[in-house]
Design a protein around this ligand. Structure first.
Ligand code: TRP
Length: 353
């Protein structure tokens, strides 16, 4: 059992397919690193997957197991951290209702991340009722664990901001906490929930190999944590820079150099490359791409290897077993939160508060 006297983290991913190197620099490396400092809860947002794929339960189940495999391979340690399978946590569904009453519908629909997703997915006005609701559900995910810190990629900050608003509002409306209370003091002042903070990784938004859009599975521009050396090389080679000759002064803000800074580990080497590229000092894109591909390969090689250990039915069985044990652990915390919330709302009728 992990020590529980540390501040809590709650964060997670929607199971939509394999994780990529954008996840790694955006948030995954933070999550792996913070497992000793924080009591960490990592949530598989499988309910959210149904917002756009309600008719694909089997694919969602598959993606759910795959996400956990990717996490474990990346270094999420089930001995120190708790895995949270969203649909196994009744308190999250209950809190979603409670919080939904405190958020004006226009506030929810104005959420810039929600708007961007509707646009990107071309959903127009034909999306499910559950789609905007997921943003409220995400507030409930975080607050059910009374988390103080939420490590996420840059695109999720708008959701954490909404969560902060609703956490404060709950405290004002039901816990007698004064609106002038500093965010850091909400629990001490009698609030059920801390006002959580987002933490964005060192590269909040990694450009995809198309050189234009954010790296994402749906845009087919991602380098996956499970890609082979050859796949990584081929993908990096596709990066377009528009540069003609090794003596052309290059633009060190281009996608290739975003990768140089994100994945090369030696700061001196990065500076040298930037300097020579900017001056067009007989340096070809091909050699830089080879260096970038090697650096990415070095990062993902151990992940790829550990991932292979979970292949097949034996791997599935191990993951299911883990999820069962972790669900019990997660529900201890989330059920307690729900009790506290019900008591604050004068709803402590039949169950002990
Ligand atoms: N919406 C997040 C994503 O698509 C996943 C998520 C669900 C999440 N609940 C969360 C992230 C709570 C952080 C905290 O990546």
């Amino acid at each position: 059992m992990p020590r529980t006297d540390r501040p809590r983290i709650l964060t997670g991913d929607q199971p939509t397919g394999r994780l990529h190197i954008g996840h790694w620099v955006g948030t995954l490396e933070n999550r792996v690193r913070l497992q000793d400092e924080y009591d960490c809860y990592f949530l598989i947002a499988n309910m959210h997957a149904f917002t756009t794929r309600a008719a694909e339960p089997e694919a969602i189940r598959r993606d759910t197991l795959d996400l956990v495999k990717d996490w474990l391979a990346a270094g999420i340690d089930p001995e120190r951290s708790t895995l949270v399978l969203q649909t196994e946590i009744p308190a999250i569904a209950e809190l979603t209702w409670f919080l939904a009453m405190l958020l004006p519908v226009n506030r929810v629909l104005r959420n810039p991340t929600l708007r961007a997703e509707l646009e990107a997915k071309g959903l127009g006005d034909s999306y499910s009722f559950g789609f905007p609701l997921y943003t409220v559900g995400q507030c409930a995910d975080i607050l059910a664990f009374r988390a103080e810190l939420v490590p996420v990629g840059a695109d999720q900050v708008a959701h954490v901001e909404m969560c902060r608003e609703v956490a404060r509002r709950f405290a004002h409306v039901y816990c007698g906490v004064a609106p002038t209370t500093p965010d850091a003091d909400y629990e001490r002042a009698g609030g059920v929930f801390p006002v959580p903070e987002a933490m964005v990784g060192r590269v909040g938004r990694l450009v995809g190999i198309d050189g234009v859009r954010k790296m994402s599975k749906t845009m087919d521009n991602a380098i996956y944590l499970s890609d082979t050396t050859a796949q990584i090389r081929a993908k990096v080679a596709r990066l377009h820079t528009g540069r003609q000759a090794t003596t052309d002064p290059g633009d060190i803000a281009n996608p290739l150099f975003q990768y140089v800074r994100a994945f090369l580990t030696d700061p001196d080497r990065i500076r040298t490359l930037e300097d020579r590229y900017a001056r067009g000092d007989a340096i070809g894109d091909g050699s830089i791409k080879a260096e970038v591909a090697a650096a990415i390969d070095a990062l993902v090689a151990p992940i790829r290897e550990r991932r292979a250990a979970y292949d097949g039915a034996r791997g599935d069985a191990a993951i299911l077993e883990l999820l069962r044990a972790h669900t019990a652990r997660a529900n201890q915390v989330a059920n307690r939160t729900a009790e506290l919330a019900r008591a604050a709302m004068k709803l402590d009728f039949a169950r002990p508060g």
